[in-house]
Design a protein around this ligand. Structure first.
Ligand code: FAD
Length: 382
């Protein structure tokens, strides 16, 4: 749809822009905040195509987590210990950076610990736990990170599992409060945002980047940052990022939820937590993996049934429950479990492929993207 701007609108939003950021998820907002922290005079505009951001940042399960034992052991089968625990340390440091920016209370951060629950055929040995703890200690300085605490299975009235591995370092948070807090910080620093505006086209013209929105409205910015994660291929068709869908269910148990804190199952493919007085469960992508490589915001009923069966068998085995709400969210995955933070032309930076760990690493990814913009030798602003 074409829109004719008034002089005032044009001057406020679209003239003399230093940086335009595409996507108002955790990465887009964190990039904006980092840019303004380092260079308060910049004129920055974030464009978000949805009235409420429609990526993963407000649609995830709200876990501040760093890797469960079976997830880390499976990563060790595919990558070196240096790579695996560098990423672990980055996830841990990312949450600390997020908290130092927003504070705990503003984002509903509740540090109730993380638990991996395992069935008899999945159990891991004490020496495997020791091995993980050794690497984690080397990467973060935290000792005895994982502890076997099988008695917690009884405390939380979980059935069908034989092993529980606990860490006190994981927490739950409220993703919408998190995004709201970041948006406030960004706007208090003078950052501007336009919701409901889709980036339709862009071109790096050498000295600036030309952008197209609203059907046929063109304007320029000195630098462009693309932070659209799972949707990156819509703008950059050749980028190594695949949209992957994840389903989340919210259930109201008749007698109340028996669990408190974060719970993981099977390499992180299934996760559950308390959510107010309800039970939240998500994942199950591994049960229909090829069909879940999509950015379509639909419910996969096969996965829904898998999750409901999981709840009946393991968590709410002695009570009825009601499905209160359910929603899909889109991850950005690729050939490596590492974000792409790079300059793709003189004035265009991409910060995408958050690999299902963007709540943990998003703050640092934003900071690194901001560094790339500010260290641009062709930079004309600032
Ligand atoms: C169900 C689920 C569970 C998760 N669990 C965890 C977890 O336990 N721990 C963890 O750390 N992470 C988790 N994640 C991942 C985390 O939520 C994401 O990695 C993170 O939110 C990605 O943030 P982002 O800012 O890169 O992208 P997004 O939040 O996806 O934001 C991208 C934005 O770009 C906008 N956009 C796209 N194209 C355009 C365009 N052309 N013009 C304008 N705007 C556009 C979209 O509308 C969207 O709002 C989970 C994700 C899901 C879905």
């Amino acid at each position: 749809m074409q829109r004719i701007q008034s002089y005032w609108e044009e001057k406020y939003y679209f003239r003399d822009l230093d940086v335009v950021i595409i996507g108002a998820g955790i990465v887009g907002l964190s990039t904006g905040i980092s840019l303004l922290e380092k260079n308060p005079g910049l004129k920055i505009l974030i464009l978000e195509r949805s009235s409420i951001p429609y990526g993963a940042s407000t649609r995830n399960a709200g876990f501040a987590c760093f890797g469960s034992p079976t997830e880390l052991l499976s990563e060790l089968d595919q990558s070196s210990s240096d790579e695996v625990f560098e990423l672990f340390a980055r996830r841990y440091a990312g949450i600390q950076s997020l908290l130092s920016r927003t504070g705990n209370r503003k984002i509903g951060y509740e540090k109730l610990g993380g638990h991996e629950v395992l069935t008899a055929d999945q159990e891991i040995s004490t020496s495997q736990i020791d091995r993980l703890n050794h690497y984690i200690n080397g990467a973060t300085g935290i000792s005895h990170y994982f502890k076997q605490r099988n008695e917690l299975l009884t405390s939380f009235d979980l059935k069908g599992f034989t092993q529980c591995i606990y860490t006190l370092h994981e927490a739950c948070l409220d993703p919408m409060l998190m995004l709201q807090a970041l948006q406030q910080i960004y706007q208090q620093q003078g950052g501007r945002i336009l919701y409901g505006v889709n980036l339709e086209d862009w071109e790096d013209q050498g000295s600036s980047v030309s952008l197209k929105i609203f059907g046929d409205y063109h304007f320029n910015t000195s630098d462009l940052v693309i932070a659209t994660n799972g949707f990156a291929q819509e703008i950059l068709p050749d980028i190594d990022v695949r949209a992957a869908r994840n389903l989340v269910l919210l259930l109201r148990p008749q007698k109340g939820t028996p669990v408190r804190g974060c719970f993981h199952y099977h390499k992180g493919y299934v996760y559950f937590r308390h959510c107010d007085d309800k039970l939240l469960i998500g994942g199950g992508r591994h049960t229909d993996i090829e069909n879940e490589y999509t950015s379509e915001m639909n419910i996969n009923f096969q996965i829904q049934q898998y999750l409901l069966d999981f709840v009946t068998k393991h968590i709410l085995h002695d009570q009825t429950f009601e499905l209160v709400s359910q929603w899909p969210g889109i991850l950005g995955l690729g050939s490596a479990r590492k974000p792409i933070i790079q300059k793709i032309s003189g004035h265009v930076v991409v910060a995408v492929r958050l690999s299902g760990i963007g709540i943990a690493i998003g703050t640092l990814v934003g900071s690194e993207a901001a560094e790339l913009v500010l260290n641009n030798p062709q930079k004309t602003h600032g």
